[in-house]
Structure formats: C-alpha cells, structure tokens
Design a binder for this molecule. Structure first.
Ligand code: DGL
Length: 270
C-alpha cells in the first residue's frame, strides 16, 4: 500500500487527488487526530509522533509513505530519511510535501514575490525559505503563520462566520509584507478546506496554490522513475482509513469534504 499520513484530516485533501489521478493503487491513510494539531508543538514532539506513525504505516504493509503534512515534513522528514530508515528498512521510502510544492512555485509567480501561509511549526522551521532559496534563488518569500486555521478545521468550524475573522487577519498580515505578492501557497494540507474563505478575502489577481495536485503529480513522477518501488505496490484499489481518535468522529467529519464514504479503524500505538 501507499501510506498517507497527516496529523488529522488535512492529508485527505492530498489523498483525494491521489485517488482521482492514481486510482489503481492501494492506500492506507493515517490521521493522528488524537494528537492534532502538530503545528504548535516542538521539533522533538513532532518528530517522535511522526516517526511513530510512519513506523505504524510500515507495519501495515506500506512500502512507501507520503507525509501529507507540511509541519511533519518540515520537522521530521529529513531525520526519518537519514537516521531512521537505514535501521528500520532501507528498502522503504518516505516522501514529503514541501519539495514538490517548492519545485512548482516557479511556474506560478510573475512578480517573483511569493507568500507562504502555514502553521507556526512550518513557518518557524524556515523550510520553505531554505528550499526556495535552493530552487528559485531569485524569488522573494514572505511567510505568515496561521495558528487558528488547523483548529478551526479540526473542530468543523471552517465554514462558519466566526472563521472569517481569523482567515482575513492572516491574509491581510501576509499581504502587508509586500504589495507585489502574486502567488500564495497554502502550505498546510488543512487549508484547502478554508479555500472558499481564503479566496473571498484575497484580491482576485493573486493566485492561490493548493498542494493536492502538485504532490500527486510528483508521486506519479516518482513512481515512473522508481519501478523497483512501483512494482511492489498493490493495485487493487483498496482504501484503508485509520485514526488515533474516535473512528465515528473521523467518518462523519471526513464525509463532509472527502468524495467518498469513509469507514475508519482506530489505531492503538504500541
Ligand atoms: N496538515 C498539517 C500541515 O500540513 C497541519 C499541521 C497541524 O497539525 O498543525 O501542516
């Protein structure tokens, strides 16, 4: 199976695109809803939680795991790839969402001024700044942390009027940093759930980039380049959903924005 991991529901915005584009593969989704949000947690905690979840997905039979979470990609991916994988199983692979998003940014901006909206963890890690400096050194990058956005989504408040205040506040703060920003990256997989409001409070000429399709395209390319991994993946269209919190909550909430009915199982970490 292809494992897809997020701190909560956000990774479903990525999995949805994967299932549309690459429906033949078997997927196992894990949402660590009991410990979400990760965005305000320390480096060590995010690393520990993410490593546990990745190991769990390996144990479920995932040869490849996509960390569909920017915070976990920023704070844990490199350590897992460099320090943990060699001892767990060097034949397994873990991919993140930051690199593919950064590679795609260059296609979108004309002014060269790009805004990044993310969690506190993603913004403070400066992962986007560092990666963009490598791939597109001519771009100017402006960041804004939106600590209330993930809790709004996880609590099902993202469509309510009360969310408007927090959405507008962070977009205004980001745009005050540069009048030339023409591209905003939603650098958190939860944020597409707020996209209606984000669009409403963002001037029409600014492009808003979501990660689902970008990460899916990057996965597709990865599988083309790595037949040794691709050939080991199940292709019976199986979908398994797991959550560290209550499955009935997960199923009810996932149905609101995921295109298919979900029946999840509870994960108990050893
Ligand atoms: N979806 C996660 C991300 O992309 C949210 C992190 C959190 O739990 O705060 O960053």
């Amino acid at each position: 199976m292809i494992g897809v991991f997020d701190s909560g529901y956000g990774g479903l915005t990525v999995l949805k695109e994967m299932i549309h584009r690459l429906p033949e593969y078997d997927y196992c989704y894990l949402g660590d809803n009991a410990r979400t949000p990760y965005g305000s947690r320390s480096f060590d905690t995010v690393y520990r939680y993410t490593r546990q979840c990745v190991r769990y997905l390996f144990g479920q039979g995932c040869r490849l795991v996509v960390i569909a979470c920017n915070t976990a990609s920023a704070k844990a991916l490199r350590n897992i790839q460099q320090h943990d994988l060699p001892s767990i199983d060097p034949k397994r692979r873990v991919l993140g969402v930051i690199r593919p998003s950064v590679e795609a940014i260059g296609e979108h901006t004309r002014t060269g001024h790009v805004g990044i909206l993310g969690t506190i963890g993603t913004v403070q890690s400066e992962s986007y700044l560092m990666e963009i400096a490598k791939f597109h050194p001519h771009l100017r990058v402006f960041q804004e942390a939106c600590p209330m956005w993930v809790p709004l989504v996880e609590c099902g408040e993202h469509r309510q009027g009360g969310a408007d205040y927090f959405v507008r506040q962070h977009i205004d703060r980001l745009l005050r940093q540069s009048a030339e920003i023409d591209t905003i990256v939603l650098a958190c997989t939860h944020y597409p759930l707020l996209s209606e409001k984000i669009r409403r409070f963002t001037p029409a000429h600014i492009r808003i980039v979501e990660q689902g399709r970008i990460v899916t395209e990057s996965l597709y390319n990865y599988l083309q380049r790595h037949p040794e991994i691709e050939q080991t993946l199940g292709k019976s269209g199986k979908r398994i959903f797991q959550t560290s919190d209550a499955p009935e909550l997960f199923d009810r909430f996932a149905a609101i924005f995921f295109d298919w009915h979900v029946r999840s199982e509870k994960v108990v970490f050893q």
